[in-house]
Design a protein around this ligand. Structure first.
Ligand SMILES: NC(=O)c1ccc[n+]([C@@H]2O[C@H](COP(=O)([O-])OP(=O)(O)OC[C@H]3O[C@@H](n4cnc5c(N)ncnc54)[C@H](OP(=O)(O)O)[C@@H]3O)[C@@H](O)[C@H]2O)c1
Length: 196
């Protein structure tokens, strides 16, 4: 079976977005080589091939995505008519909505909680991984010990304020094994296995 993986771009001081959801600086490494920031183009034009490799690997190994409703609502206008995921996506929410089909991507709105979303995503992903998007979503999975791997992209900036990733996860220490580090010109990609 596939893994449950969190991909997250994070500032050196631990923020994954600014106080008003500013994300552009943290995602510069993804879009540095292209003017279209929607991500809807099929090739990721990072300025540095090392960054492109990380993104390609993510899409290659991901069979389904679980997305928080805030990330979905913020992302929807940017993703355009053919969002980059191209796999079944499950949006965790309290507000039911009809399934949305955008190009090769489907968004199913799940109101029965994280475990239900994971069950559906695992079936859809088959042997591939389920990836997570959104801090609240990541925190729930971490707390419930459902996370297998974290791919952190550390961006050399101090955001100073905004949305933190590593909080509301309980108090139990989590050991991580560093599996790989890729240094690109604009970021450091650290692949970490969650030790169970
Ligand atoms: N740096 C990065 O790589 C990166 C990646 C992705 C996102 N982001 C940023 O992260 C921010 C969003 O993260 P966030 O933590 O604020 O929100 P989030 O995790 O995207 O979404 C949280 C919302 O999802 C719904 N939800 C979550 N768990 C649920 C559950 N178990 N049952 C029912 N509904 C549930 C709730 O919405 P409702 O109650 O309203 O339905 C909740 O308010 C944005 O600024 C986004 O741009 C950054």
């Amino acid at each position: 079976v596939g893994k449950v993986v969190l991909y997250m771009s994070i500032s050196l001081d631990g923020f994954i977005a600014g106080p008003n959801d500013e994300l552009v600086r943290l995602h510069d490494w993804i879009f540095s080589g292209q003017s279209d920031r929607t991500g809807a183009t099929s090739r990721w034009a990072s300025g540095d091939p090392k960054d492109a490799e990380v993104i390609d690997e993510m899409f290659r190994t991901t069979g389904a995505v679980i997305i928080g409703r805030r990330t979905y609502d913020i992302g929807e206008p940017f993703w355009g008519p053919n969002p980059p995921f191209r796999v079944p996506c499950y949006v965790l929410t309290h507000r039911a909505r009809e399934m949305q089909i955008r190009g090769e991507t489907t968004f199913t709105f799940v109101t029965e909680g994280a475990e239900s979303a994971l069950k559906q995503a695992r079936v859809a992903a088959r042997h591939r991984n389920v990836s997570l998007m959104g801090a609240k979503v990541a925190q729930q999975f971490m707390k419930a010990e459902l996370l297998d791997e974290i791919q952190l992209t550390v961006v050399p900036v101090l955001m100073r304020e905004g949305i933190r990733l590593f909080e509301n996860m309980g108090t139990k220490r989590v050991e991580l094994e560093r599996e790989r580090v890729i240094e690109s010109s604009g970021a450091t990609h650290i692949k970490l296995r969650v030790v169970k």
